[in-house]
Write a protein that binds this ligand. Sequence first.
Ligand code: G1P
Ligand code: ZN
Length: 543
Amino acid sequence: MTQITTVATQPIAGQKPGTSGLRKKTPVFMGRHYLENFVQSIFDVVGAAGKTFVLGGDGRYFNDRAAQVILRMAAANGAARVIVGQGAILSTPAASHLIRLNKTDGGIIMSASHNPGGPNEDFGVKFNMPNGGPAPEGVTEAMFQRTTEITEYKVLEAHDVDLSVVGRHQLGSMVVDVVDPVADYAALMESLFDFPAIRAMFAGGFRMRMDSMCAVTGPYAIEILENRLGAEAGTVVNGTPLPDFGGMHPDPNPTWAKALMDEMFGSAAPDFGAASDGDGDRNMVVGRGIYVSPSDSLAVLAANAHLAPGYAKGLKGVARSMPTSAAADRVADALGIAKFETPTGWKFFGNLLDAGKATICGEESFGTGSDHVREKDGLWAVLLWLNILAVRKQSVADILAEHWAKYGRNYYSRHDFEAIETAKADAMMTALRGSLASLRGRQIEGMTISAADDFAYTDPVDGSVSQKQGVRVLFDDGSRIVYRLSGTGTEGATLRVYLERYAPGPGGLDLDAQVALAPVIRAAHDLAGISGHTGRTAPDVVT
Ligand code: G1P
Ligand code: ZN
């Protein structure tokens, strides 16, 4: 027996989805009506009657319970069908692919991405559109509006759906299709990359380490790398998704993927290393004894993508977020293709990909992807690197050295100052914005400021304008400082300072990035008065 119940509720403050959906501490999400209010607001805005959605998440704590609630609510709101990953698991790129492959009306992804998971850590819910990409601001804003006026939600009274086995179930009048979370995604990867060449490389003794950080990519990486490409068993470590990610912080950067970094810089380092985040959209790649910054990775992938069958015809354009280094721009110029500079956040790439203006996109925050889905895609980047390595038959270090010699090197680093009191961070940004007009022409650390502004973006496809996307300070020697506050943090404010310096190649190319950037770092502290405003003299995380 199933019955639709309408439950009286009232608005809950602070259900405002950010660039990556609604993210809160897990106990908040588990609070009375909290998840239900937001899910009902989603359905009220996009409509559920007769529609088909995809549902899955990164397996973090509450993922399984939330999936059952969302299924019952989808059924009560009249959805015709929900395609859900077995065990309620889907990586974000796999969810994006399923939304597109099945021509559905969108999907709900349960994840707080790279934020830790567990009873007292983070949880999140986001809605993706029928194109497979995150809902644009107009839609998330409408969802937020809805949370401020909601008075009731609908839920089906029913038992849990068995999500542990693949197959079809009926939930009220809605069909629930439990699908293998990996199969369709793996097939997509096989259609893009030269699997025989990569397989031959592994068969020839090439060794790799993939750290899935106890998060969602484990099953994907084991199936693709070990089963299909023949990497030796044990190549994938931390390959079982755990509700608390095994206590790890599943953010693939040198700080949080330290074990991988240690291995790659140790005496027994394999040829290639990679890690991905909680929901599988981020990636970090490392060569033996050499770290590849995400900005450089984007540039190398853009320069070599034609070596993979899926991109053999060349790229239409390359897009990067504004704080990402200009390394990819140099490749686009050399290839004679379009280049785009967008605000931070993957959703700004969606229009460019949909319109066929860009093929490959990337962010400095370990996000890289292409028009094969509408999310960034960690394993995709790893596989494109493997494809390039298999064709060029060179080490990562040699590929980077040749790249820098040809295009010059954009030294790059991001310094994060976390959990700052929000009022203090806001005051610092306000003061900085107020000083912009007076910065031009000022000399500091032997450099002259050539321009300073607050980045604004006009979408070349729909003409929409996004203001105040980060303060940029540009120097006459090509150096650059960007300041912005994180939109994804859950505690206080996180100040991100992005630092860049260009060295034309070849020659002078082998400095440590922090050493090369030292004057830019000093200038960044000085210009914004970081310690005066926030009391912080050193960053918490350096990437
Ligand atoms: C961060 C990254 C940004 C990325 C987003 C979602 O956002 O900086 O590039 O798109 O996570 O993964 P932020 O916290 O800086 O707003
Ligand atoms: Zn993520």
